[in-house]
Design a protein around this ligand. Structure first.
Ligand code: SF4
Ligand code: SF4
Length: 343
């Protein structure tokens, strides 16, 4: 197993604690994705989340954003990109997350891992890493390929003191769907957990899978992490091309913080609500918790679905118009009570 048993146990206990806390109270952020730089060394054909020119967000600004996330009670912070390993002060960012007692995760394309770099991430306190591998051999759609990354995976298996999940993907123009099975088998062989994702199209919604893709998708799911498989029921509907009914709590229990420090629903719905994190209040949090997202029925974003499960059984959502109407009504009643109390 890549990660030492004591470290794995500690992470599992911390995860159990944040799940209990999330079940007991709806008033805090469960998971935030934060972008320390939009720049990436690759250019995957399906991706709308990178550029080749932007600068890293300065460390002091990142620290302020993390302080605000801690203030909002955030349990888990995942650093994403672009390619976050290109940020020169990544280790300090991880340390700052841990200094607030939050769980620190990282999503990377895997290109920059060397034994020395992995050891420094251990020292910084990284707790989990996810790498997505799209195919076995590089092609014009993706160079996140097992053949290129296998050496990096072996370094990780040998040196990493954090949990590693390898995500393979189906759909989105990936030519050889059977590669997902090869990737998952290799991940299991190296002692990593493995998940499979359906690649979303440009607006974050569904591309129906072909019959062959569906078969491979189910085979990879069987191989994978049982906890994730249990949490990812929605994927069975998505693979069939059917909409899935759930309550997306992005903007509240899940936050996506872009490189400009604004809060967005998720990577695929940037611009909503588009409020700077420093100005984000519990009013915003409550509005987003209570209101439906138009894109939910065909959404393929695994982490937001998993966060949604914590609250799917409670607090039904409503349209934004209905929410505003109810709020106006409540405000009027409150003013009325205050006036009566004054008389
Ligand atoms: S490595 Fe990740 S961020 Fe970079 S282009 Fe590919 S999918 Fe996008
Ligand atoms: S349903 Fe939520 S997570 Fe999915 S695309 Fe819409 S806002 Fe993003």
């Amino acid at each position: 197993m890549a990660v030492r048993p004591t470290t794995f146990l500690r992470l599992k206990l911390r995860e159990a604690a944040f799940i209990s806390r999330a079940l007991l109270s709806t008033n805090h952020v469960v998971l935030a994705h934060i972008i320390p730089m939009r720049r990436c060394n690759l250019a995957c054909g399906y991706c709308n989340e990178y550029d080749h020119s932007s600068k890293p967000v300065p460390l002091e600004l990142m620290k302020k954003r993390l302080d605000k996330l801690a203030e909002l009670g955030t349990s888990v912070v995942t650093i994403s990109g672009g390619e976050p390993m290109m940020h020169p002060e990544l280790d300090q960012i991880i340390r700052h997350i841990r200094s607030h007692g939050m769980i620190a995760g990282l999503i990377s394309n895997g290109y920059y891992f060397t034994p020395d770099r992995i050891k420094r991430l251990n020292e910084a306190g990284l707790e989990y890493l996810q790498i997505s591998i799209d195919n076995v051999n590089p092609d014009e759609v993706s160079r996140k390929s097992l053949r290129v990354l296998d050496k990096k995976l072996r370094y990780l298996a040998e040196h990493a003191d954090f949990h590693i999940n390898i995500n393979s993907v189906i759909g989105g123009g990936i030519k050889q769907p059977e590669d997902a099975l090869t990737v998952a088998q290799r991940a299991v062989e190296l002692g990593f957990s493995t998940t499979v994702g359906v690649i979303h199209d440009e607006d974050g919604t569904l591309k129906p899978l072909t019959e062959k893709e569906k078969q491979i998708f189910h085979a990879v799911k069987k191989l994978g992490n049982k906890d994730h498989a249990r949490l990812n029921w929605f994927q069975d509907s998505i693979a069939e091309g059917k909409p899935y009914e759930w309550r997306c709590r992005s903007g509240s229990r899940y936050l996506y913080i872009c490189e400009d420090g604004k809060v967005h629903w998720c990577s695929q719905q940037r611009g909503y609500p588009g409020i700077p994190l420093e100005d984000y209040t519990m009013e915003d949090f409550k509005r987003e918790y209570k209101t439906e997202k138009w894109c939910a029925p065909t959404c393929t974003i695994q982490c937001v679905h998993q966060v949604g499960i914590l609250d799917n059984w409670r607090d039904p959502q409503m349209s934004l118009a209905q929410f505003r109407k109810e709020k106006q009504q409540k405000d009027k009643e409150r003013v009325g009570q205050m006036v009566r109390a004054d008389n």
